[in-house]
Design a protein around this ligand. Structure first.
Ligand SMILES: [Ca+2]
Ligand SMILES: [Ca+2]
Length: 143
């Protein structure tokens, strides 16, 4: 039921994007953290699992189950905590993120997982390929 409401909410926002005069689209997650996206070039798509946010800065995904609210705003708010490869959202990319990513792939449990950050090779899906990409990041000192 909740998912249906969120889906309708997103559909509504997607329809009204062309009429907006705001600079940012802010998502509030179920843990009350927020992510803010510039509306420049903004495009929203969604499926049963994720909402995909594309704008001039790139593409991110949010699990629908984590979306509590979304609104347009002119306030950039807190800097998004998104960091590629920081799967467990502790602010740094370490071997623990490889472990968290593998756990997520095995269990499908996204609790405590940033699935946008987990798409390390940015092919729009979280898969075993991202484990390799994440390990490469760590080995190459790019983390
Ligand atoms: Ca981490
Ligand atoms: Ca990927």
């Amino acid at each position: 039921m909740k998912k249906t409401i969120i889906t309708m909410l997103i559909a509504l926002v997607a329809m009204t994007i062309s009429a907006e005069t705001y600079s940012y689209l802010k998502f509030t997650k179920t843990d009350n953290s927020t992510v803010t996206y510039s509306v420049e070039g903004l495009k929203l798509t969604y499926d049963n699992t994720n909402v995909t946010i594309t704008n001039a800065e790139g593409t991110s995904k949010l699990p629908l189950a984590q979306v509590k609210d979304m609104e347009f705003t002119n306030d950039a708010g807190s800097t998004p905590t998104f960091k590629k490869g920081d799967v467990n959202m502790d602010g740094e990319v370490t071997i623990a993120d490889v472990s968290a990513l593998i756990d997520y792939l095995l269990t499908g449990d996204a609790t405590g997982i940033d699935t946008a950050a987990a798409d390390v090779n940015t092919d729009q899906e979280v898969s075993i390929g991202d484990v390799s990409a994440l390990i490469d990041m760590l080995l190459n000192g790019e983390a």
